[in-house]
Design a protein around this ligand. Structure first.
Ligand SMILES: Cc1ncc(COP(=O)(O)O)c(C=O)c1O
Length: 424
């Protein structure tokens, strides 16, 4: 399958898009109507190869939480990576040990954060967390997951994503979305499963909020109810923080925001500010149920990834990134709500910290908004990913974004989106 997007007035980008389409499969990309071609990035800004300037409202895909080319981060990263080998397969380096110790110590509010398992992508981290829980109780085949979550496409992560599974041992339970039911409703659903599968449930995996499904953020009591139920039935409670980790929700970790203590927390994306790194942090008895080699692979825990994990934590501490996120978040929320009041095609704004979903009335409006934001005004625009769940734009700028950058981005959206109604 071949597909090449072009835009008027972008000779260099169009040429590169053509070469891309000739050399690589589209299956590797997620659809976006813009397919921006970036030449340079700094802070919250991206410059296209044809010289346009875009404000990054995505952080990649919630990865570059410290922004692009952050001097403090890059300096620390190089300092740590220094003359270390590029791989540590069957070698031990101090940076790996230090990164693990620091991650465990960074989960201050979770008494179950005892040990680390490294991975090279979020879905691998999910797979390893599930393996740890399943190895702890090999006689329990049933795996519970909250419905419409996204945990990745590969292996067990794919099995617990969405609302149907190729894995006959997976059962989905309700997650609050537009409709929030009573605590008794969710509890009854879980109790029914406990009766159907007595002592056969190994784990329950959930996301703090449904990200890919379009930003549904549950009340705190929902996760607290899940955790209590898991504790009562000795079921491993796995919190997928691949997307929400490192400051996104206004705390370093989302389990702090929701005031729960998961048995296993999975981290990815922002964990190493763009270096491919993921990790499971949690109970030693679960992580230690895996024997030599059962969770090893080529890239996990490599020294470069671990250097980036340490450098990210340094900058979060030194520059008080979480506090900054909390300070600027209301500016973004109020600005997005004002856009909703102004434009009829925006039907909802949902979010927390610096991650929002802006729901449009239909997929056509959503795609139009992504394109018009990109076209922006003059040589400046705003960068979004393609719509989530077909009609939701995710707004997730780097956490270092300033109030004036937020205001500037909102202003660009105001004039860009005023064209949307007239075009449709
Ligand atoms: C909540 C969540 N879990 C897991 C994943 C999978 O991570 P990766 O794409 O690194 O495998 C993602 C990716 O978007 C995610 O958002």
């Amino acid at each position: 399958m071949q597909h090449s997007i072009t835009h008027d007035g972008e000779p260099k980008a169009n040429e590169l898009r053509k070469r891309l389409s000739a050399v690589s499969g589209i299956g590797q990309r997620t659809y976006t109507p813009t397919q921006i071609v970036v030449e340079k990035a700094k802070g919250c800004r991206l410059w296209t190869i044809d010289g346009r300037e875009l404000l990054d409202f995505t952080s990649g895909v919630l990865v570059a939480n410290l922004g692009h080319g952050h001097e403090g981060f890059e300096g620390q990263y190089l300092k740590y990576a220094g003359s270390l080998p590029r791989t540590s397969y069957n070698m031990v380096t101090e940076i790996e040990v230090a990164a693990g110790e620091r991650l465990v110590a960074s989960m201050k509010s979770n008494s179950r954060a005892e040990k680390v398992l490294w991975a090279a992508s979020g879905s691998e981290g999910i797979q390893k967390a599930m393996w740890a829980a399943m190895h702890k109780h090999p006689d329990r085949p049933i795996l519970l997951a909250t419905r419409f979550g996204f945990h990745g496409k590969k292996g067990l992560a794919g099995d617990v994503t969405g609302d149907t599974s190729p894995n006959p041992n997976v059962r989905f339970i309700s997650f609050p979305m537009e409709e929030v039911r009573t605590p008794e409703f969710y509890e009854a659903e879980l109790d029914a499963l406990a009766r159907e599968f007595p002592d056969k449930i190994a784990l329950l995996i959930t996301e703090p909020y449904l990200g890919a499904k379009g930003s549904f953020h549950p009340p705190k009591w929902y996760h607290q109810l899940l955790q209590k139920w898991c504790n009562r039935h000795d079921v491993a409670f796995i919190f997928d923080e691949v997307q929400s980790c490192h400051g996104r929700t206004g705390n370093l970790y989302a389990h702090e925001s929701y005031e729960v203590e998961p048995d296993l927390v999975v981290l990815g994306k922002g964990l190493a500010n763009g270096e491919p790194a993921a990790a499971v942090v949690g109970r030693a008895d679960m992580i230690d149920s895996l024997n030599y080699g059962e969770a090893s692979d080529t890239f996990s825990g490599n020294p470069r990834a671990c250097a980036a994990v340490c450098a990210t934590l340094d900058i979060f501490e030194r520059e008080r990134i979480v506090e900054h996120c909390r300070k600027v978040a209301p500016v973004l929320r109020q600005g997005l709500e004002a856009l909703k009041d102004e434009f009829d095609f925006i039907t909802a704004v949902r979010g927390e910290g610096l991650v929002f979903g802006v729901e449009m009335e239909d997929p056509e409006a959503a795609n139009r908004c992504v394109l018009e934001a990109y076209r922006g005004t003059g040589s400046k625009g705003v960068h979004f990913l393609g719509p989530l769940a077909q009609k939701v734009l995710r707004v997730s700028p780097p956490l270092i974004i300033s109030e004036s950058e937020i205001e500037q981005g909102l202003e660009t959206l105001r004039s860009a989106w005023s064209r949307v109604g007239s075009i449709r």
